[in-house]
Write a protein that binds this ligand. Sequence first.
Ligand code: KG4
Ligand code: ZN
Length: 330
Amino acid sequence: MSLILGIESSCDETAAALVTSDRHILAQRVAGQESAHRPFGGVVPEIAARAHVEILPALIADVLAEARIALAGVDAIAATAGPGLIGGVMVGLMTGKGLALAANKPLIAVNHLEGHALSPMLTDPNLAFPYLLLLVSGGHCQLLFVEGVGRYRRLATTIDDAAGEAFDKSAKLLGLGFPGGPAVEKAAKDGDSEAVPLPRPLTGTAEPHFSFAGLKSAVLRAHDSGHYSVPDIAASFQRAVVDCLLDRTKRALTHAAGATALVVAGGVAANQAVRGALQALADAHDLPFVAPPLWLCTDNAAMIAWAGALRYEAGMVDGLDAAARARWPL
Ligand code: KG4
Ligand code: ZN
């Protein structure tokens, strides 16, 4: 059994966590920065990086104190090394390197996407490789065949916006504020998902790729027309996104022979309509459906510590020369 300190700072969440390789979360903290970015309607990279600098050391001290563990008591330090906003990634990775150097512990440079991809295993001990994963976040929209730690086959990706980005941009167009995903989901509760005719880009095509840019433009046109209420547009938009995700996932299932489960992860996996539709798809294919609890869907450090624990157990550690990367495909 190993104990890993995880650090996450790739976007606008600053987070630290202590997680064991046998799935115990000893302590974790996530500090959001919504109020700092809200006036700008989106994440401002420079503000995010400075906030990480200010908050991260205290969060790390907090989790160690809560678990009553000294830095010397951890086996390794796992920090997100990308992909993400490079200033923020550098803050977390350099903090991790400093701690690793000071405490003479191995560093594990974790790919943020791998953190999301392995996160469902942290809370579901029955989930086994291989599984089909729909990874839907603010920066990414991918279908991955997850074969093992460090072994990912990408079946699909977005050709323009990510699903969460579509939620965020549509929310902004509709005046629903930031962050957009939860705001759209809330507004959609009072709307009619059949009210506004919206496109389902790329559905029905053979290649299981995603596209959301056209959908966002259609939301803008519907709003500008003045014919529809905001809740109706929100509900119709959410339905269209769910239909796209479902169609593409259904297609990918034909390329995922041997998958033991259908799994969803990433911030958009917090959406109840998305979860419900995927659950029904999994049921229809006689596959277990696994979705992490909501707190594990959006960015956090427990998933980074967990990915670090699996890598550490597999002997996959990194040197202090590990690079911070803005782009880093799995
Ligand atoms: O995984 P995450 O926290 O950060 C990235 O790695 O990108 O995902 C954030 C994204 C944002 O675009 C946010 O609007 C979206 O996840 N999101 C949601 C919901 N909660 C968060 N989208 C739809 N419905 C939600 N309830
Ligand atoms: Zn993320």
